[in-house]
Design a protein around this ligand. Sequence first.
Ligand code: GDP
Length: 296
Amino acid sequence: MFESLSDRLSGILDKLTGRGALSESDVNEALREVRRALIEADVALPVVRSFTDKVRVRAVGAEVVKSVTPGQMVVKIVHDQLVEMLGADAEPIDLNAPAPVAIMMVGLQGSGKTTTTAKIARRLATRDKRRVLMASLDTRRPAAQEQLKVLGEQNGIDTLPIVAGQGPVDIARRAIQAARLGGYDVVMLDTAGRIHIDEALMHEMAEIKAATNPHEILLVADALTGQDAVNLATSFDERVGITGIALTRMDGDGRGGAALSMRAVTGKPVKIIGTGEKAEALEDFHPRRIADRILG
Ligand code: GDP
């Protein structure tokens, strides 16, 4: 679909005959291609800028070793910088807290929150042998609580019984109580989304957080979120305080630039990725793999 960045950079830089240090003008020419590749991968513009600034600092004056071409050298610098910004090591969901450990899932409507809640619950139950309770706090969409219940039944995960008329904060309190009394290790809170970020949504999330003191607050975001990724991640992080990001639809065509954008503006790790509609389509986030994908 795209010419790879390595090919483009080789085209630009490998005509340099005098090896030795990379000059500022060589690097600037290369950075134009890097910028293009990042924008094609959906990385948000302010993040593209800060990224290329960092690469410039590393690359200008760097000695090109004999075994590589200048193009390969810049690709390596770009790749290393990407991995550094994405977080060098995978950071798993942290359950290191007294039971029941509450995990609150937040995000916009349609981002894949409910699906991801069930996927994570299933993984914790089957792979990690934890007792998990799921609760839907989405009282806005009539079918939302029912959707989680069905997913629970399909995957053998208990869900909090639905009580008509109860508000999100009361459901959240009831979920924590039920998890405590029922001896669950983990309680997953699937919150309501909205089409857009708005004050009411942020207020509701802050109230739920205050009532439940979750150990993890995961922002669920579609990997195809482009320039909006910065606003989305900063809004949720500033108002609610996220502990990590779950990136969905990584099975799509997108190159996952949103991972870099959200990590760069919040400093919070991408912890998990969704790779399909099925309950088992969940993977750990590996920064190197995403770096390769972003570079194309
Ligand atoms: P919510 O409104 O945020 O709770 O979103 P849902 O969990 O209901 O998901 C919305 C749609 O996205 C559903 O059709 C899901 O099957 C689909 N979906 C969620 N995660 C993924 C994923 O990782 N890959 C793909 N292809 N589809 C997904």
